[in-house]
Every structure is written in C-alpha cells, then in structure tokens.
Design a protein around this ligand. Structure first.
Ligand code: BDR
Ligand code: CA
Length: 328
C-alpha cells in the first residue's frame, strides 16, 4: 500500500455480510474508518446498532463512532430480511451483547460532522437501504463538497433478489436510492451481479471458524451461515457479500466497471425498485423521438476478479489479527 489511508464512512444494516464488511474495513491499513451509521434493513435499526457494536468489539476495534439512523424507509414500511440473516439479523451466533452504546447524535448529524471534518474527501460506502444517505443529501447538501466517491452495494443489472428485478437495498427504499444516484458525486454501483459471485472456499471458512482469535472466528461463523430458505439465497454459504464493496474501495482494479446511465423504477407494481441500467451502445427510439430524460451516469460493476477479492479479504483480516496478537 502506498499513500495515506482512504477516509471511509460505512452506512450499514448489520447484517451477516455487513459484519464481514466492517471486519475488513477496520483491519485494512489502507482504510481510515471514521464512522459507521446504521439504518433499518436486514433487521430493525435497534438490532442493527447492537450488531454493529458487537462486531466492532469482536474485531478489536471498539472506538469507532456508531450512530443510529432511520428506523424506516422514506415511504415504504420496514420489510426486514430476518429470514436470511437470522432472528437477531446476524446469524443468531449468540455473541456477547456490546458493552457500549451508540453516540448521542443521529446518523445524519454524525455523517455531516465526519464528512465535513475530514481533512481529505471521504469515500462513503452504503451497504444497506439508502435512507440515511438520502436524508443526509436533502438535509445537508453541502456535504458533497467533501465526498470523493460513493461506492454502494445495491441494485442489479440482471436479476434481483427481493423481486425478480429488484435488489433488496434499493427495493427497501427506492426513493432514497433515486436520491443517491443524483447526488452529483462519482458513484460506483457494486450490484448483485458481482456481489453474488465472491465466495470463500469451504476449507477457508472451516479454518476461520476454528481460529482462536474472536474476529476471525466470528468471520468464519458468519461465512458459514446458511439461509434456512436457501432458494434464491442472496448470501449463500461463504459469500463475502457487502464486504466486496469495501474491497472495491481499496482495490478498484478488482472490478470491471462501465460508466452507464442508471435510474430507479419508482412506479408501483412488479418493476418497483429495479435499477434500470442502460447498456445500449446508442440512443433508441425513445430518446430520438422524445429527447430523453437526464439520467445519472454511474460506474456499474459488471465483472469481478473473485480470487483476487477472496485473497484480499482473507489476507487483510488474518494479517491484521496477527499484528493484533503480537502487539495487543
Ligand atoms: C443486500 O441485502 C442485504 O440482505 C445484504 O446485507 C446486502 O446488503 C443484498 O441484496
Ligand atoms: Ca447490507
């Protein structure tokens, strides 16, 4: 690694794979994780805060500020993914309750404060429904001047998971996702197309599960978590899931992206929450006859080097745990 660490803020709904993302972020020397904000998604926001604090303690990084954010989407009701992530939203591992609580400001306030206070522009990494980010952009639009890029896990070019066409994070709060896409800063969409592919081999998962180090053991147990209703499982056994989006922050060369127009389908009905990614090489009749609409351009991840990200993930979380053991 060369240069200074990248200032990063993660907005999450921890979440089995959000937990894996947090472990990676706190252990990668190229990331300066300045804050974590929580939003309702995989489970209710109270559960997300508790899970996030637990992960940080298990990871040996208890000092990072964590704030509670939106308890429901802008318009929709809360629709959790506990059937995938377990009753507690994080695989029901029976991990100890956290010993500290969230900071006494809300997520939007913490986001604003940390973004504007950062000496260098921040990379924002939402791995959850985009409610907090939309509220931030509408309440404090001045933050964009100190945002380098937004790398978000959400959307899909091809098939969805929450519906045949919509990915969970965008489907849970489509209006918020539409606001994010028009933020006016560079955006990378790490969608389901790449998200689903980064799987850790079983042997590595087994090795992590038996580690004496709590953070690694937790990672192994999370990676081994199996959706009890495995059909159409968005987080199959061994999936790095959201952690891949954080890999894309420190190693953007591990994904192949194309700058493409993306819009969120906000209409009621079966297409709601779909990210419509325009991969056509030239304008179609709709644009020729009607002039077309302004559509934000997004760096859409179309391919990922799976082995590279698995190796990056494992070497990061394991090397840092070794450093921790040597210098407790
Ligand atoms: C996304 O939804 C959640 O269940 C995961 O944590 C991930 O962020 C995948 O659709
Ligand atoms: Ca998530």
């Amino acid at each position: 690694m060369t240069g200074q660490p990248i200032p990063v803020i993660i907005d999450c709904d921890t979440g089995v794979d959000d937990a894996l993302a947090l472990l990676f972020a706190v252990r990668h020397p190229g990331i300066d994780l300045r804050a974590i904000t929580c939003v309702a998604g995989n489970t209710d926001v109270e559960g997300v805060v508790r899970n996030t604090l637990t992960v940080l303690e298990q990871a040996g990084a208890p000092g990072i500020p964590v704030a509670r954010g939106a308890e429901r989407p802008l318009i929709e009701a809360v629709r959790t993914a506990r059937h995938v992530h377990g009753e507690d939203g994080m695989a029901d591992l029976g991990l100890p309750a956290p010993t500290r609580t969230a900071v006494d400001v809300d997520a939007v306030t913490l986001l604003r404060r940390e973004i504007l206070a950062s000496p260098r522009p921040v990379t924002l990494v939402p791995t959850a429904p985009l409610t907090n980010i939309a509220l931030l952009l509408r309440t404090h639009p001045e933050v964009v001047r100190n945002i380098e890029r937004i790398v978000f896990m959400g959307g899909a070019v091809a098939a969805g998971n929450a519906t045949p066409v919509a990915e969970f994070n965008v489907w849970h709060d489509p209006e918020a996702a539409a606001i994010l896409l028009t933020a006016g800063v560079p955006i990378t969409m790490y969608g389901l197309d790449v998200f689903k592919r980064v799987l850790v081999p079983e042997a590595e998962v087994r090795r992590l599960r038996t580690s004496p180090e709590p953070g690694l053991r937790m990672a192994g147990r999370l990676l081994a978590h199996r959706d009890p209703d495995a059909s159409g499982d968005p987080t199959p056994t061994g999936s790095l899931g959201d952690a891949g989006a954080v890999c894309a922050v420190v190693d953007p060369a591990g994904i192949r992206t194309e700058l493409l127009p993306v819009e969120v389908n906000l209409a009621a009905g079966p297409g709601r929450g779909q990210t419509i990614v325009d991969r056509r090489p030239r304008p179609g009749e709709a644009e020729i006859h009607a002039g077309g609409r302004e559509r934000p351009l997004v760096d859409v991840a179309l391919d990922v080097d799976v082995e590279r990200y698995v190796e990056l993930y494992l070497s990061t979380v394991e090397r840092q745990s070794a450093v921790r053991a040597a210098h407790p």
